[in-house]
Design a protein around this ligand. Structure first.
Ligand code: ZN
Length: 327
């Protein structure tokens, strides 16, 4: 099939580069497109294009007219045409709204050619309706939005999405076929595992303290009650014996919630007849008056501390930057 070379594909009539794109349509054979573009516009917007045009690719296609043919077989044609419209200042060719699928394809090219700055204004316009309808309850949805917010340099949304993956993710996140840097997935997993292990270590340590020989934590009798109650309540939520290995399906959110809602007993508390009901009715925020031998307060404080230590990732993500300059 002859390549298409029409007005819609002319981004600059005096352009010096023909980008050879391949249009994949499910119901038709692949069609080659020749987009006439200005290398100057592309090189100004993208360091990757600048390096590319400094290289070879030169081929004469008309009398006295040096034109470079640059095949880009891996790039999505539709997304590239939208980007070419933006880079040549042809706003009439840029859609006002786009579908998520196209947004992802544009994101892949923006990431590849480092076009974040050039597309910023359009991304602001496209982003909000897609973000409002964003679906990130599944691992694939979450990976997609972590990739998009990182590709388009949307720092607060990136932080929010990565935090979501750390706190609510129930499995190790992976790229789902997107160019999502492995280092981002690794860091998400690291923060999630560190917090989970932090809680298990703390519980293990607590039990060790109460079973150790030597000076009791409070009195022998109070210690016995505290330990017995601790074991009973942890057993109830599946945490006794404290697991050696993290269950792959745990989320920080559910595990922390379970532990934070346990109310523990101690002899001193019972003897002082401290109320075991929150007078204000707010169950979670209330803790019995601080008594060292009642564990409710200490365990909730530990969970709060671990929660505060899990925060989303920041852009630019170190390894992402390194990966980009490696190219
Ligand atoms: Zn006590």
């Amino acid at each position: 099939m002859a390549p298409r070379r029409d007005r819609d594909l002319t981004f600059d009539p005096t352009g010096d580069v023909l980008l050879i794109l391949t249009e994949n349509k499910s119901n038709r054979p692949n069609q080659q497109l020749e987009a006439k573009v200005s290398s100057r516009h592309l090189a100004l917007a993208s360091e990757v294009f600048r390096v590319m045009f400094d290289g070879g690719f030169k081929e004469r296609i008309g009398p006295g007219q040096p034109i470079r043919r640059v095949p880009l077989p891996d790039d999505d044609a539709k997304a590239m045409m939208i980007l070419l419209g933006i880079l040549h200042g042809l706003s009439g060719r840029v859609p006002k709204t786009i579908r998520l699928r196209t947004f992802v394809k544009i994101g892949i090219l923006v990431d590849k050619y480092q076009l974040q700055e050039a597309v910023e204004v359009y991304v602001d316009r496209w982003f909000q309706p897609l973000w409002d309808a964003a679906e990130y309850e599944t691992c694939a949805g979450l990976a997609k939005w972590i990739f998009l917010t990182s590709a388009f340099n949307l720092d607060s949304e990136f932080k929010m999405m990565t935090w979501y993956a750390i706190y609510r993710g129930d499995q190790s996140i992976y790229d789902h076929g997107l160019p999502l840097p492995a280092a981002i997935c690794t860091e998400i997993d690291r923060q999630r595992t560190t917090a989970l292990e932090g809680l298990l270590d703390y519980l293990r340590d607590l039990i060790k303290r109460y079973t150790a020989r030597g000076r009791p934590q409070c009195s022998e009798l109070c210690d016995a009650l505290v330990l017995g109650d601790l074991i009973k309540k942890l057993t109830r939520v599946g945490l006794y014996p404290v697991p050696e290995v993290i269950d792959a399906s745990w989320t920080l959110e559910t595990l922390f919630w379970k532990v934070k809602h346990l109310k523990f007993l101690s002899l001193c508390q019972s003897a002082a007849a401290l109320p075991d009901q929150d007078p204000s009715g707010s169950e979670l925020e209330w803790v019995p008056e601080a008594r060292d031998c009642n564990l409710t307060c200490a365990i909730r404080a530990k969970v709060n501390e671990l929660t505060a230590e899990t925060h989303g990732l920041e852009l630019p993500f170190e390894t992402t930057r390194r990966r980009r300059s490696d190219r």
